[in-house]
Design a protein around this ligand. Structure first.
Ligand SMILES: Nc1nc2c(ncn2[C@@H]2O[C@H](COP(=O)(O)OP(=O)(O)OP(=O)(O)O)[C@@H](O)[C@H]2O)c(=O)[nH]1
Ligand SMILES: [Mg+2]
Length: 447
């Protein structure tokens, strides 16, 4: 990428901190990802800096020398005139982003983005030192989420997360002048904070209402076998969803294109019908607040009978992306759901790479969502997963059982039923373990 002086797009400089416990490769991977996040917001990345530090503490995170270098890149007037610094700082030239060495840029960068979390006061100090807007990784992700939210539920959740992120930084909102608030400014700030708190509370109530509706929808669907597509952002989940269900969900070469869960029926329709859901993508260092905001989205994955872990096999970082996905899913207690790994985008692999990957992941399904044949094969495999270990059986639920019928219907497909004076016999098709578990839950009242 070359820097175009006529470009109207805003420009960004990225800053990565290499902590003692992280290695350089990790930092590099994370910065490449940050560059994609920043590009998703419409910025051109025109330079970057890295520095080894013992911790993320300190007023500006960076050492004085590096800070000068950074200020030079943003064209801050009071800093960056002499360049006698950075001698022992380890820098990390990458082939993707120009201007790695922190020298003066043709045109000063418009914003600075740190690949770590900054405290509000660090952010303020950095804004003053660089004379420009400073964001951290969380801020960028929050911003992408708020631009991409489409449904009412997602919009409310993102607004709440955004306010929670911004509240402690209220003083820094907007550019420069708010920094220099006087006493009366401080007062307005207090008022603003209270208004923000009230708004967050209000949003919380609205979200709870919507969630109730969503969970009703989920329990209505619970009888049907379902599979959720989960994975890192940009892995190709929505493309797969389109191919498997014939629906027109949004597919974009952007990070976090999807923020809402959609549920559709596998198409052509199978017997029993299989529901497929597309979910929000994951990313490393996803702010916990956002994970919480998307809890209801992830509920869909949690209630699925089967998970397909979709990875972009052509991305060199896919192994660690898969690990992140698995971690998030176990943190929401979806770690035990039966799953399969899907290596996607195999059309982008070099000769021989696919064979290597198949050796490394012998149980994985390799596909390209662009191949109709691959998608038809995936459909067959999916149907197979559900039929593989299902048996037809009969379950007795006494009339005295409270919630027994609901539980049964939520766990398995009912093929038929007959009643006697004590209760109902249900003919069901289900997995043996589901049957065993249900019988345990129903208790010893079987005839
Ligand atoms: N070459 C190739 N590109 C693909 C394939 N599958 C998806 N893509 C592209 O990858 C990009 C991301 O695809 P999406 O389906 O939006 O990815 P996603 O996993 O839904 O992403 P998020 O919604 O951000 O989590 C798009 O540009 C797709 O066209 C594939 O098999 N081969
Ligand atoms: Mg998507």
């Amino acid at each position: 990428m070359t820097y175009d002086t006529n470009a109207t797009r805003e420009t960004a400089v990225l800053v990565g901190i290499i902590l003692p416990q992280t290695d350089e490769a990790e930092t590099e991977e994370s910065l490449v990802e940050l560059a994609r996040l920043v590009k998703t917001l419409g910025y051109d990345v025109v330079g970057r800096l890295t520095q080894r530090r013992k911790s993320l503490s300190g007023g500006t995170v960076l050492g004085a020398g590096k800070l000068k270098e950074l200020a030079k890149m943003t064209g801050a007037p009071e800093l960056g005139e002499d360049g006698d610094n950075g001698g022992d700082d380890e820098e990390d030239p990458g082939d993707e982003d120009p201007g790695d060495d922190g020298h003066e840029l043709e045109k000063p960068a418009d914003v600075v983005v740190f690949d770590c979390e900054l405290t509000p006061s660090q952010m303020g100090n950095l804004q003053r030192a660089t004379g420009t807007d400073v964001f951290d990784r969380t801020g960028i992700i929050v911003e992408i989420f708020s631009r991409h939210a489409k449904t009412r539920a997602a919009k409310l959740q993102v607004e709440a997360a955004r306010l929670r992120y911004l509240a402690p930084r209220a003083r820094l909102m907007g550019r420069g002048p708010t920094d220099r608030l006087g006493k009366s400014g401080e007062k307005t700030l207090e008022l603003d904070k209270r208004r923000i708190r009230d708004r967050i509370a209000e949003l919380g109530k609205e979200i709870a209402n919507i969630e109730r509706g969503q969970s009703t929808g989920r329990s209505a669907r619970a009888e049907q076998p379902s599979v959720a597509l989960v994975g890192y952002t940009n892995a190709g989940k929505s493309s797969m969803m389109r191919a498997l269900t014939g629906s027109l969900v949004l597919v974009e070469d952007k990070l976090f294109a999807t923020l809402d869960t959609t549920v559709r029926t596998l198409h052509p329709v199978s017997v029993p019908r299989i529901l497929v859901s597309d979910t929000v993508g994951f990313i490393k260092k996803l702010p916990t607040d956002l994970v919480a905001s998307f809890r209801s989205t992830l509920e869909e994955a949690k209630s699925a009978d089967h998970l397909l872990f979709v990875v972009d096999a052509s991305d060199p970082s896919f192994r660690s992306q898969l690990e992140t996905t698995r971690e998030v899913l176990s943190s929401i207690e979806a770690g035990d759901i039966p799953s399969h790994l899907v290596l996607n985008k195999i059309d982008k692999l070099q000769a021989g790479e696919l064979e290597e990957l198949q050796k490394e992941f012998p149980d994985a399904i390799s596909v390209s969502t662009k191949s109709t044949k691959d998608m038809a094969r995936l459909r067959e495999l999916l149907i197979g997963f559900f039929e593989e270990d299902m048996v037809d059986d009969e379950v007795f639920v006494p009339y005295t059982s409270s919630g027994g019928v609901g539980l049964l219907r939520s766990k398995m497909r009912v093929l038929g039923e007959r009643h006697n004076e004590q209760g109902t016999y249900f003919q069901v098709r289900a997995r043996t373990e589901t049957l065993t578990k249900l019988r345990e839950q129903l208790g010893p009242s079987r005839p």
